[in-house]
Write a protein that binds this ligand. Structure first.
Ligand code: 5GP
Length: 193
């Protein structure tokens, strides 16, 4: 998606440790017009699929998932929580995910009320690196007996391989920008097309 690539080139910064910082429009300040365009792009890609629910993970996935839902007939958006809370009552699907950015394991939790057998789920997230977060969400869908219809990603870091492994496993992954390489010294970012 050209608009997203241009924003990454103009406002993204490459940090050490393979981290791309896009706080100006995605991870801190949110550009909802851009989010809306991203939702439209996913709706075009997944047009042939029946989607009954969007599942994402807190926190940065929530905004883009909510904007995307407007393009999928206002289906409900469920976000997996990363910590137990007294607000999370009743039965839950849970798994554990290793965080690329925080470099530690955390729980991923969805109430059984909001993920059901018979749901046809579109997974959405801001970044795809090694694929751990998405594998966690896929596991929750499997536990629930829900079908994963596809995966919509804003920024995939292609050189980390998580996206290609998911594609090899048969998942339809639509990443709107795929970073092929990035250099923290020069700040140079190259995309896969
Ligand atoms: P994965 O689980 O695929 O290794 O990493 C994806 C998750 O880590 C995303 O949910 C995202 O929050 C975070 N993440 C991974 N790489 C980056 C990055 O370069 N920049 C930002 N802002 N988040 C990242």
């Amino acid at each position: 998606m050209q608009e997203l690539e241009e924003r990454i080139q103009a406002e993204g910064t490459v940090k050490a440790g393979d981290v791309l910082k896009v706080d100006a429009f995605l991870n801190h300040q949110c550009d909802v017009r851009l989010f809306d365009h991203m939702g439209a792009a996913w709706a075009e890609h997944f047009a042939g699929k029946t989607i009954t629910k969007i599942l994402t993970i807190e926190a940065s996935g929530i905004g883009i998932a909510c904007c995307a839902a407007r393009h999928f007939g206002d289906v409900p958006v469920v976000f997996a929580k990363k910590a137990q809370s007294i607000n999370l009552d009743g039965d839950q699907y849970t798994t554990t995910v290793y965080s690329f950015t925080k470099q530690k394991e955390f729980p991923v939790i969805v109430s059984k009320k909001y993920l059901n057998p018979g749901d046809h789920v579109l997974l959405i997230d801001d970044f795809l690196a090694n694929g751990k977060a998405l594998r966690g969400l896929i596991e929750l869908c499997e536990e629930a007996g829900a079908t994963v219809e596809g995966i919509g990603i804003a920024v995939e870091k292609g050189f980390q391989g998580g996206g290609d492994q998911l594609r090899a496993d048969g998942y339809d992954v639509d990443s709107l920008a795929i970073v092929e390489s990035m250099d923290p010294e020069t700040g140079k970012i190259e995309f896969r097309h």
